[in-house]
Unconditional design. Structure first.
Length: 468
């Protein structure tokens, strides 16, 4: 009877997980999707806790309290920190899977060799390798995103890097194969931690050659790894709900990573091993490139005369927390009957959907958010393209310079607009480490400064002129 109720509850939880993913497809049902996911997780935890085989209830209570202590502060981070918070969540998921796999191995080893079948050993090894490399890899990704001092922001490369990584991974697989064949050998308990150590090291080595421009894709890939480790954990524990939930998580992360790679016109191997984001020395040319600066007053006058304005947000908007000022600018322009759209590049920001989330927080109508492929054909008719902290995703070098590291990457074609105003904190290059050709165009004027302050001044100018 108890087993039947448990399976029924797991089916309900699985269904809710599927609906949660489905409802997250659109903003109108996203909140419902969150509640469905929370309900599914709660059902899974309660039903599993109620199993007769669970005897250490005190430790479970301690774990739940610890989870709340860590989770509540993480839920209150600013939206600019959501990418690194997401990476930390992946790290916790990977660590949980790795610890469960480790505990199960030594438990079954003590209970008798008959428990450590070849299938179970393969599942345990997959669980700990994926779990532990996800743990350290996600911590490194979070450190890069948070710009922690001891974590290098730019890619770290060295001779024979990919070869040494593959040799390390090959060594881990060789030891794993030996353990799967001889799980109870006298040397097995001693060698098992070696796989854990190799997985932890490999997680670090996997992330250090990856630059910030690839972080949206990396987060999606780590999400996939965390899901796959949960699948392996489900096989280890013979828990169908874990298998299903992990498969949903892993597949959604993989699909998202594929979308991100397509958005950059790059392959998985290029993202993981290409060191995109490394600073590159530009070749000296006969003439020095010069920025054309504009005043806020001048930019406001041009915006006021426009009929069609496209705002292109990037990570600079997130850093400055300028989304609410952007909303005020949007309102001022709409009051004048100006058509305003937001052009969203799939990899703008530091995680998939980063710009969408920030603009949603400022209550920008979702109907005015336009994807890259949809807005590009209209760019020649755009009077003003306002670039707010975006860099590589609007760089024309992606179309014109075959030697550029971003060549072939689809971009928002801001350079085709009649006028361009680019808000930027400094003259430093973006994460691809190259100058943005858009900023030196005859049609482009720079507005240097913090995006929040610059847009705030634009709003004041427009508001003042409307009362004049």
């Amino acid at each position: 009877m108890i087993g039947g109720l448990t399976q029924l509850a797991y089916i309900v939880a699985t269904t809710l997980f599927i609906f949660a993913l489905h409802w997250m497809n659109t903003p109108t049902t996203a909140r419902k999707g969150v509640f469905a996911g929370v309900a599914a997780t709660s059902i899974a935890v309660i039903v599993t806790w109620a199993q007769p085989g669970v005897v250490h209830h005190g430790w479970i209570v301690v774990a739940i309290i610890a989870g709340f202590i860590v989770g509540v502060p993480l839920s209150q981070v600013p939206l600019t920190a959501v990418p690194q918070r997401t990476a930390l969540s992946h790290a916790f998921g990977g660590l949980a899977a790795g610890l469960v796999g480790t505990a199960e191995y030594y438990l079954w080893l003590s209970e008798g060799p008959e428990h450590l079948t070849a299938f179970r050993m393969v599942a345990i090894i997959a669980e700990i390798m994926l779990g532990y490399l996800t743990f350290t890899g996600s911590l490194m990704a979070a450190g890069k995103l948070q710009e922690v001092k001891w974590v290098p922001q730019r890619p770290v490369t060295y001779p024979l890097q990919n070869v040494s990584n593959l040799l390390l991974f090959g060594a881990a697989l060789a030891i794993a194969a030996a353990l799967a064949i001889h799980p109870t050998a006298p040397w097995a308990p001693t060698v098992f931690p070696v796989i854990i150590a190799l997985a932890l090291v490999f997680g670090v080595l996997l992330i250090i050659p990856i630059g910030g421009a690839d972080m949206p894709t990396v987060i999606a890939i780590l999400n996939s790894y965390a899901g796959l480790s949960a699948v392996a954990m489900g096989f280890v524990l013979d828990n169908k709900l874990l298998i299903t939930a992990g498969a949903l998580d892993g597949s959604s992360g993989l699909i998202l990573a594929i979308i991100m790679c397509n958005a950059m016109n790059r392959s998985f191997t290029n993202v993981l091993f290409g060191a995109f984001g490394q600073v590159r020395q530009t070749k000296a040319s006969g003439e020095e490139k010069v920025y054309k600066s504009e005043t806020v007053e001048g930019a406001a006058q041009v915006l006021e005369q426009a009929n069609f304005v496209v705002i292109i947000p990037g990570y600079g908007m997130a850093v400055a927390q300028a989304q609410h000022k952007v909303r005020e600018l949007y309102d001022q322009l709409k009051k004048r009957g100006i058509t305003v759209k937001f052009a969203i590049h799939p990899v703008a920001g530091r995680m998939p959907g980063h710009m969408n989330v920030l603009l949603a927080e400022a209550d920008i109508p979702y109907t005015d958010l336009v994807e890259m492929d949809e807005i590009n054909p209209d760019m020649p008719q755009v009077d003003v393209a306002l670039v707010v902290g975006a860099n590589d995703v609007v760089n024309p070098a992606a179309r014109t310079d075959k030697n550029s590291p971003i060549y072939g990457m689809p971009i928002i074609e801001a350079d085709k607009a009649r006028s361009v105003f680019a808000i930027k904190r400094s003259k430093n290059p973006g994460f691809a480490g190259i100058d943005n050709e858009l900023y030196f165009s005859d049609r482009t004027w720079m507005l240097f400064g913090d995006a929040k302050n610059v847009i705030g001044e634009l709003v004041k100018q427009l508001a003042g002129s409307s009362h004049a």
